[in-house]
Design a protein around this ligand. Sequence first.
Ligand SMILES: [Zn+2]
Length: 202
Amino acid sequence: MPPLDQVEGLEAWFAPALETETWARSSFIDDGAPLHNEDHAHLQNASIGFLWTNVENAKKGRLVIGTAEPGTPQGAMGKWGRAKAVMQIEQWFGSVPDFIITIDANWWLQASDAEACALIEHELSHCGQATDEFGAPKFNQTTGRPVFTMKAHAFEGFVGIARRYGAIEPGVQELMEALQQEPILSVDMIGVACGSCQSKIA
Ligand SMILES: [Zn+2]
C-alpha cells in the first residue's frame, strides 16, 4: 500500500514501490507462486522497478492507472536530460531496471484485490521477451540474459488476463459484446464468399 499522506498530499509525488515488486514476483512470477502465470516466466530474469505516483494521468478522457515502459529513458532527449533521467531512476532503484511499471496510487487505494492483480498482470504482459526470426525467445549472446522488449496491446497477450479476470479490458469487453451479437456474416456465407473455405467448414 502506498503511504496515504503522500498520495493525498498536494505535491506531485513519485516513489519506488519496492515491496510491490516483491509482492508481484511472489504472487505471479516466481515458480510455485499462488497466482503463477506462465506468460510471465521470462520475467524471473528481469529487473522491474515499480513506481507509485499521485499525479493524475488522463488520456482522451480515459484515466491512465498504470503504465509499463523500458527502464532506460526513451525518446528524444539532450545529453543532460538523459543523464538527469538516468540519475533519477538510479536513485529510485539503485540501477536502471529492465522495465518500469508506474501505478496510480489513488486508484490503487480504492481498487479491489482482483482489480489490483489484473492491473499488475496487465502491465507485466507488456514486459515481453524479444523473439528471433523463427519466433524463438531471444537471449543476449554475451550475458545469456533474455532480450527484453515492450509488447503492444496485441490481442494474444491479453487472452491470459481475460481468462483469469474476465472481460475487464476495454477492447476485450467490446469484442465479447460483438461476439454475443448475431454475426453479420455467418459461417455459411463465408463458405459462399470463398470457395477454398467450403471444404473446411463442412
Ligand atoms: Zn496496457
